[in-house]
Design a binder for this molecule. Sequence first.
Ligand code: NAD
Ligand code: UPG
Length: 447
Amino acid sequence: MKKIAIVGTGYVGLVTGVALSDIGHDVTCVDIDETKVAKMNQGLSPIYEPGLAELMTKNIERGNLHFTTDHSIAFHDADAIYIAVGTPERADGSANLDFVQQVARDIAAHVTDKGAVVVTKSTVPVGTNKLVKHWITEALDRDLQIDVVSNPEFLREGSAVHDTYNGDRIVIGSESEEAANLIKEINKPFGVPVFRTDIESAEMIKYASNAFLAAKISFINEIGTICGKLGANIEDVAQGMGMDKRIGDKFLNAGIGYGGSCFPKDTKALVQIAGGVNHTFDLLESVINVNNKQQQIPVDIAQMVLRGGLQGKKVAMLGLAFKPNTDDMRESASIVLAQKLTDLGANISAFDPIAMDNAKRLLPETVHYAASTKEALHDADVAIIVTEWDEFKDLPLTVFEQEMKQPIVIDGRNCYPLSYVETANIDYYSIGRPSVIRAKKSNQPAN
Ligand SMILES: NC(=O)c1ccc[n+]([C@@H]2O[C@H](COP(=O)([O-])OP(=O)(O)OC[C@H]3O[C@@H](n4cnc5c(N)ncnc54)[C@H](O)[C@@H]3O)[C@@H](O)[C@H]2O)c1
Ligand SMILES: O=c1ccn([C@@H]2O[C@H](COP(=O)(O)OP(=O)(O)O[C@H]3O[C@H](CO)[C@@H](O)[C@H](O)[C@H]3O)[C@@H](O)[C@H]2O)c(=O)[nH]1
């Protein structure tokens, strides 16, 4: 059992802290947000993440998971101090390291004479871990052994607990063999393969992985746009491509683009990192540009089908979170989409199973929040599916027919098989797949 301090209790800090306590370590999470800490001390999770609250309660009750606002309590005799604070985007797209720098100062102020192995989980530009060591040692009032380890995090929101126990790899970048071995030992019970490398490569693995996944999404979205114009079906194209093991079948779902707290920020940060060494990352800039175009697609379709434009029309937005199983609204496609629709005079009625409270701070004030899918759809001129929640995927298509003024559905996440839509009395537009229109169906000769 090791004594571990986790600094920052966002997704990464909290999930890491809870999981490390669950595999038997003594974990203290420290956060500057008093309200959050008070909540966590009552066993309540400040974020919605399947399975997290249960694990939290279990490990608080076992006595090996603690929360505090006091860094000195968390750092006291810690074997490792994990940095998991935010690295948000600056106006120019580069990563803002102010929170990380503050943690370095906190460590210098409160670390005990044992010294520290400082583990960076936050996503940080290449060179940051060495800066962290520099920031700590320059602020220390005595000579102490400080080792830094880059240990980037690859969990996905919505499946963060599962991903922690079933990750594809744990990346450990360190100069010190001893520090690397400590982090290996800490993580051993997870049984996840460890990849050991130098600090700079570990830092780059994180950005390169996110940029590559984002590139896969933008690539399939571009192919989807072409498919849409040529009558091909992006789902079949992606499936046929994905059967080639060199390509793989993951992250080939076409839609209205990637969002979330990571891909948009990290792709921009990597463009800046490249710029810092005088390299123009053309490919990644295109990935970002393609993503920005995707959110216009439902708006264009809505304008095309509602020939008189969107002024005064009721638009039902189904789903607001950036992906299902999370209440995280950061960089969700719904934010841009709601603004575009509002600018065109539409009246939005939105429903999301859990993200509506967070959405209220980010969407235009005029958006109406419905209490159910049916209420959002009631009397709507058009419905746009933004997030592929199971609740929407399992919805009988007759609900669109029954509730809407006219059953026009624009599916931004390709939730329904076309063969199923063919059986319904709706007009259905999706991303990179042929449209299914009522008039065309009724014109088809009976078999
Ligand atoms: N969200 C994800 O799914 C995910 C996945 C992998 C990596 N990351 C990376 O992990 C990092 C954290 O992101 P997040 O979304 O988990 O966190 P977040 O930004 O939601 O939360 C960070 C927390 O750190 C706290 N904090 C800030 N300064 C502090 C200090 N000096 N001492 C103690 N607490 C402090 C804040 O109060 C906040 O609660 C980012 O670099 C992000 O890119 C995030
Ligand atoms: O085929 C796909 C897959 C995803 N998405 C979208 O991409 C975004 C991101 O999805 P996902 O990667 O599942 O969620 P995140 O929680 O943002 O996780 C990403 O970002 C994290 C933070 O860096 C990393 O740790 C994870 O490995 C990485 O997958 C969402 O808007 C999805 O709708 C698509 O449009 N098509």
